[in-house]
Design a protein around this ligand. Structure first.
Ligand SMILES: Cc1ncc(COP(=O)(O)O)c(C=O)c1O
Length: 452
């Protein structure tokens, strides 16, 4: 291994970092992480930090999950790769698909289409939705509806349904036929409505209005995150997703739940859809399916949609999509071990308890520190603190403010994530009560050091 002087000297010189300006990374090189253990990570200077980011909302079982590591290592010895394109498959992917069918039985999702990650899963779900309508003879249903503030990855299809200009503007023109509905985000919304239930009703009315305007028979699917994650942790009111489900049913529109973050326990329930009592037609999953140890994803498909494909005799049901790494045996082996550990440890229950603790702690920080304008969470281990330079006008703070909070928290031993004006907390689901307390204490210190 190269020594630390070499690594520091070369940091960000010959690679471009996702979601960052290359010049900014060169001017202020990113933290170099070299090891992980439990819910903690170590940087190149030997600082141990509680990882309140959980990798990237994906290392749900922490960095020391031996069964997943062992499964990966065993599979590399046994069969490091084989494709599942037409005509071949592998043993691990068959076993995994059977486990996923049981895991998602409450949602009625019985078929899996495997991918290499979240953006891939979104892309596949969008494609399958159009194809479903074509098989059924409704070829005109090609449009997609989604939420502003939603995040659906960075492929062109996903970016087209994304609801954040940061991931769109530089890559336009995006895919035509994508329309966005206001997000049920009480802190900022065009209705000037702070009551979550009333706001939910406004957003639902906007959805109905858009469907009437576009014509239901032109719309393939509505895609949403059950709790918006990257957009700043926005849990909709409990009425929202069930109302979306009812509207989609009434208009023959498929509901795609993008659960790349929320599936496998993060919300305190086993899926975000289950959290709201909704059964989607298609569900995008990735991230925690392998605990982040191997790039992998699965789009889950319900019986009704599956039947349309499987009963097709015209040939239009043939799937013209897939990735070289779809159903990768090492990823599948990791996912099998990961699902077993996820269920054995009942990490959803700990996510609910520790999530409540972090949310309460964040609310107490807001009572103390003027810089915090809004705190969102209360549904598992997804919490955000939105910063403002003026609570009355909700003005955005200057760009460097969140960076200063990040640095002060880091110096106090906690890694947090900054996204726009938001400090986002999405730690591993095995977080202990003591670690949750330390995250809040580090943030308390960081806000005290950087008063408004
Ligand atoms: C809801 C959602 N969808 C899709 C993606 C894209 O996943 P990936 O980064 O694995 O491509 C993400 C990533 O954070 C996500 O949060």
């Amino acid at each position: 291994m190269k020594d630390s002087n070499f690594l520091k000297a070369q940091n960000a010189k010959h690679l471009w970092h996702p979601m960052a300006h290359p010049a900014e990374m060169q001017a202020k090189p990113p933290a170099i992480i070299t090891a992980g253990e439990g819910s903690k990570i170590r940087d190149i200077n030997d600082n141990m930090l509680i990882d309140a980011v959980g990798g990237l909302w994906n290392v749900n079982l922490g960095y020391s999950c031996e069964p997943v590591k062992q499964a990966i290592s065993d599979q590399l010895q046994e069969l490091p790769y084989y494709s599942i394109f037409r005509g071949t498959t592998n043993d691990k992917v068959i076993e995994l698909s059977d486990m996923l069918k049981d895991f998602f039985a409450p949602e009625g999702l019985s078929r899996a289409f495997f991918t290499s990650g979240g953006s891939d899963s979104v892309e596949i779900a969008l494609r399958l939705a159009r194809q479903y309508h074509k098989i059924r003879g409704e070829a005109g249903r090609v449009k997609y509806l989604s939420l502003k503030k939603g995040y659906h990855g960075t492929h062109t299809g996903g970016a087209s349904v994304n609801g954040n200009a940061n991931f769109r503007t530089q890559y336009e023109p995006l895919m035509p036929g994508c329309y966005h509905i206001p997000a049920p985000y009480p802190y900022r919304n065009p209705f000037n409505e702070t009551d979550p239930a009333k706001l939910s009703a406004h957003c639902i009315a906007a959805l109905e209005d858009e469907i009437a305007f576009q014509g239901a028979n032109t719309i393939a699917a509505f895609i949403m995150e059950p709790i918006l994650g990257a957009g700043g942790v926005i849990p909709p009111h409990e009425s929202f997703m069930p109302a979306v489900r009812e509207i989609c049913d009434r208009h023959g529109i498929l509901l795609i739940a993008d659960e790349v973050i929320t599936a496998y326990g993060r919300t305190g329930s086993w899926s975000g859809s289950r959290h709201w009592g909704v059964a989607p037609d298609l569900m995008c999953t990735a991230k925690a399916i392998t605990n982040g140890y191997f790039p992998f994803g699965a789009v889950m498909i319900n019986d009704a949609v599956a039947e349309v494909f499987e009963k097709d005799t015209s040939g239009t049901g043939a799937i013209g999509s897939g990735y070289t790494y779809s159903g990768h045996p090492v990823g599948a082996a990791a996912a099998i071990a990961c699902l077993k550990e996820t269920e054995r440890l009942k990490v959803n229950e700990n996510a609910a308890a520790r999530g409540a603790q972090l949310f309460k702690g964040a609310q107490e920080l807001m009572a103390k520190h003027e810089l915090i304008g809004d705190v969102r969470g209360g549904h598992g281990l997804m919490t955000a603190l939105e910063l403002t330079s003026d609570r009355t006008t909700k003005a955005m703070p200057s760009k460097d403010v969140a960076g200063k909070i990040f640095q002060a928290a880091y110096d106090a031993g906690v890694m947090v994530r900054v996204s726009g004006p938001n400090i986002i907390l999405s730690p591993p689901l095995i977080l202990t009560s003591d670690e949750a307390g330390k995250i809040i204490a580090a943030l308390d210190h960081a806000f005290a050091e950087n008063p408004l």
